[in-house]
Design a protein around this ligand. Structure first.
Ligand code: AMP
Ligand code: ZN
Length: 313
């Protein structure tokens, strides 16, 4: 997602910078275009960097965090409880499937062949596409937590409907999160120490990093109020790195204190019976990969050894 600074003022000069960087990535064979902005094929070299970044995040949590990998779809019932639809209706994606009979099938094909709107015949599936890797986790925590809370390392694919010529703004991208569900102190401490660890790890990979207070792009008029509250209470901090000279630096990670939002929606209690709080430190794996390519050049096999030794140790 974005800081407001990222979403405003995208003028001609930044459009050109986006298109140029994307063109270079295509020309180097790292990304492959599809007919849709923000959806790309990736090369083996690109995926090798992804693997190194994923492993670097995993190393931050080894021994302390339980690893769970989720698929790119999420139970609709879980999605409904996250509140994502109220806050980000413009970013979400819903899956629809065909459940009709022979007659409905005939009509479906008729419309398809006539270039008509066949999607009207579909019905919402029991799954939607994931908006954040951690959403699938909270139903696993329903009930009472152990004294020490629960600590997870989550990997998954996310979808956000934000088509853009900026290659760092994808519609489908990987997110790797370190999540703590526990009492408020634990959640805040995790958010802050996870941010510090993440910034250190990214700087060690040769990226110039800054930490800035941020807000999510909540939708509509009510969204502005929510965004201001999030900023005032300093609930979200982003780790940003410069990619485009005319743009604000790009967020490649975020550290978020969700307070009791998921604890109350998913009926999660601390060991002492209070509503659980949670925080997550989210790494945008594709954005980090692109930031590394931007910083060190488009041939990862010629990157400085101090970077590759860390990435592929
Ligand atoms: P957020 O939950 O919005 O803080 O997202 C966590 C991280 O995911 C961000 O810091 C980005 O690195 C990454 N991210 C968010 N939106 C996108 C996107 N459209 N394309 C690629 N990466 C993204
Ligand atoms: Zn999260």
């Amino acid at each position: 997602m974005t800081t407001p600074a990222e979403t405003i003022g995208i003028g001609a000069s930044s459009d050109t910078a986006f298109v140029e960087f994307r063109h270079e990535l295509f020309a180097a064979g790292l990304l492959h275009p599809t007919s849709v902005d923000g959806v790309y094929g990736k090369s083996a070299a690109y995926e090798r960097i992804v693997e190194g970044v994923l492993a670097s995040v995993t190393r931050l949590g080894v021994g302390r965090f339980e690893a769970v990998h989720f698929p790119p779809v999420l139970a609709r019932s879980t999605f409904d409880r996250t509140g994502y639809l109220s806050s980000f209706p413009d970013l979400m994606g819903s899956l629809h499937v065909f459940e009709g009979n022979d007659r409905a099938h005939t009509e479906l094909v008729r419309r398809y062949e006539a270039d008509g709107d066949w999607s009207e015949i579909l019905k919402p599936a029991e799954v939607v596409v994931c908006s954040a890797a951690c959403h699938a986790l909270y139903p696993l925590c329903t009930g009472r937590l152990p004294e020490a809370g629960r600590w997870f390392e989550i990997q998954g694919y996310c979808f956000r409907h934000e088509p853009s010529p900026d290659p760092t703004r994808m519609q489908t991208f990987r997110m790797h999160e370190l999540v703590c569900v526990g009492d408020p102190d634990m959640a805040v401490t995790h958010r802050d120490s996870g941010l510090a660890d993440g910034l250190r790890m990214l700087r060690d990979l040769g990226l110039e990093m800054d930490a800035v207070p941020a807000n999510d792009p909540f939708f509509g008029r009510l969204g502005t109020i929510l965004a201001n509250t999030q900023l005032e209470e300093a609930l979200k901090i982003e780790g940003v790195t410069p990619i485009y000279p005319t743009e604000k630096p790009t967020a490649i990670m975020s550290a978020n204190y969700a307070q009791d939002h998921f604890g109350s929606s998913f009926s999660i209690e601390t060991a002492s019976g209070n509503v659980a709080h949670s925080s997550c430190v989210a790494f945008g794996i594709d954005r980090i990969t692109l930031a590394l390519l931007h910083a060190h050049g488009l041939d990862p096999y010629r990157w400085p050894p101090e970077v590759t030794d860390r990435l592929w140790r």
